[in-house]
Write a protein of this length. Structure first.
Length: 344
């Protein structure tokens, strides 16, 4: 009986120990933090590319030249020589008033003035010799003296012409509008303009145009609108780069290549040389047409097209352009009013 009780006791003790171990294991697990379920990443919508558009609509497009024009003389006499030479002195300056015959420029004459004086003395001597021969009644000497005098006169006139060519004189009254900046001793080329004298009886407007493709479309006879002291005047184009006279002078060639000249039907009261006025010449104009900025027009491998936004879809449309300015295109074909044109 004692052994049986001892065996039962051991069995109970073992069972109790297993129970305690299980409880301890269970209690120990409860001390650890509960494992959390990982969070799902937030849904991010893809960024929408910003699309800049403009609405195609009817409007006007004008091809023109415009700017500040200057009143200049209408009649200008340019003084230039057929041969090269050397400056002795420039006797006038821009703005000087001159009379007919006044000296404008003197050239180095290489002793032509001395030669002229010598020829004049010889002429006077031959003239006296002829007079003496006539008084003496010597026919033979008179004949020879006449021939000598004729030769002396020819040589004198030639020397005078040579000496006169070294002095440039004003052909008319006027105001010097240009004088060379060459100094004494400087050489100049043939055909170079040394002085320009303007006749103050008439004025025209000089409009300098640069970096404007419309200049090539300006023609003689086109209308010009001129504003001077808040008053509007009508004028006509009288000279363009294409119609400018030929000249060997580099300064004038440069001026003519970028200048349009306008003559007014009526001269503004109070206007004078050097005064400024606003001038505009319209070369071409289109009204009630589709006009788009140049930035909206695309070109690729010979194609000219625009991109159009239809809902959320882009579409390429080939176009045909017409009148063109520095900033705009006339659209002749391909674009209709109301289309949303995508800008770059």
């Amino acid at each position: 009986m004692v052994r049986k009780a001892s065996s039962v006791h051991k069995t109970r003790a073992f069972a109790l120990g297993v129970l305690l171990l299980a409880s301890s294991a269970s209690a120990g697990c409860s001390l650890l933090p509960n494992e959390q379920t990982p969070l799902k990443p937030p849904l991010v919508k893809p960024a929408q590319a910003e699309v800049r558009t403009i609405d195609a609509k009817n409007g006007s497009i004008v091809k023109q030249v415009a700017g500040s024009a200057t009143f200049v003389p209408t009649m200008i006499e340019y003084y230039q020589l057929q041969d090269a030479g050397v400056i002795h002195s420039v006797d006038v300056r821009a703005g000087s008033a001159v009379k007919k015959g006044d000296v404008l420029v003197t050239l180095e004459n290489s002793g032509s003035d001395i030669e002229l004086l010598e020829r004049q003395i010889d002429y006077e001597r031959k003239k006296k010799t002829l007079g003496d021969a006539i008084k003496a009644g010597d026919k033979e000497n008179t004949h020879i003296a006449k021939l000598d005098l004729e030769l002396a006169e020819l040589l004198y006139n030639k020397a005078k012409s040579k000496a006169d060519s070294s002095v440039i004189r004003a052909k008319t009254d006027g105001v010097v509008s240009y004088s060379t900046d060459l100094q004494p001793g400087d050489h100049f080329d043939a055909e170079r303009v040394l002085v320009a004298v303007a006749q103050p009886s008439g004025m025209r407007l000089s409009l300098e145009v640069t970096a404007n493709s419309a200049l090539a479309d300006i023609k003689i006879g086109m209308d010009a609108d001129v504003i001077y002291k808040d008053k509007t005047y009508k004028g006509k184009v009288t000279q363009t780069p294409a119609s400018a006279p030929e000249t060997a002078d580099e300064r004038l060639r440069d001026e003519y290549s970028k200048t349009v000249y306008i003559e007014l039907a009526k001269q503004p009261e109070g206007a004078s040389f050097g005064a400024h006025a606003e001038a505009r010449i319209i070369a071409a104009r289109r009204d009630n047409v589709i006009v788009l900025p140049k930035s909206a027009i695309r070109a690729y491998f010979g194609r000219t097209f625009v991109q159009v936004l239809e809902g959320e879809r882009r579409k390429e449309i080939d176009i045909e352009t017409g009148l063109t300015t520095a900033t705009e295109y006339e659209i002749v074909k391909g674009v209709q009013e109301g289309m949303k044109i995508i800008l770059p």
